[in-house]
Design a protein around this ligand. Sequence first.
Ligand code: COA
Length: 176
Amino acid sequence: MQVREAGAEERAGILALHRVAFAAAEGEEAGEIIAALVDSLLDDPTAQPLLSLVAETENALVGHILFTPVTVDGVAGGYILAPLAVSPTAQRGGIGKALIHAGLERLRQQAVPFVMVLGDPAYYSRSGFATSHAIRPPHDIPYPEAWMALALVEGALNEFSGTLQCADALNAREHW
Ligand SMILES: CC(C)(COP(=O)(O)OP(=O)(O)OC[C@H]1O[C@@H](n2cnc3c(N)ncnc32)[C@H](O)[C@@H]1OP(=O)(O)O)[C@@H](O)C(=O)NCCC(=O)NCCS
């Protein structure tokens, strides 16, 4: 399995992957919503510069992860991880974790101070995400424990507090 930056020509395969992974996990509507979100983010000028990574095995696309920039009370620097999908037939083999770690490593090399995620605490805490931060989500969320951060630069989370603003496509209420 190899993790690498996604090419522009891979968009259809990436969208199909999110559609099937989220449909299997949360139902068909979720699959459509997330595929549309990825499609919008890839074109969204407010989501640049984004980091889009794929995992592939033997020429098959088995995973995709997207990181897009955010601001906190207008201060830029951080990123948000959203979304992540692994092909249902390839899950529980470490591909999700490998995509997260490859993305975090690239962002760390770019001196990105922190990354946020809204997701399952049981899953993302394995990669170091935690609720110990002072960054508010752009909308009220029903499960505050799902709103997590990871510092890539030591102490970075002490320097950011306030309300997060993300790319326009991701800011829509339905994604929170
Ligand atoms: C969540 C997802 C990306 C994980 O991908 P993956 O390649 O299976 O993940 P990994 O192999 O790195 O990790 C698997 C481990 O995480 C656990 N895990 C997987 N999904 C989990 C979840 N939603 N919550 C808690 N634990 C989870 C599994 O139990 C497994 O642990 P185990 O093998 O020790 O039992 C994948 O299941 C997926 O695409 N789901 C549908 C889309 C989705 O929900 N994306 C995340 C949105 S925040």
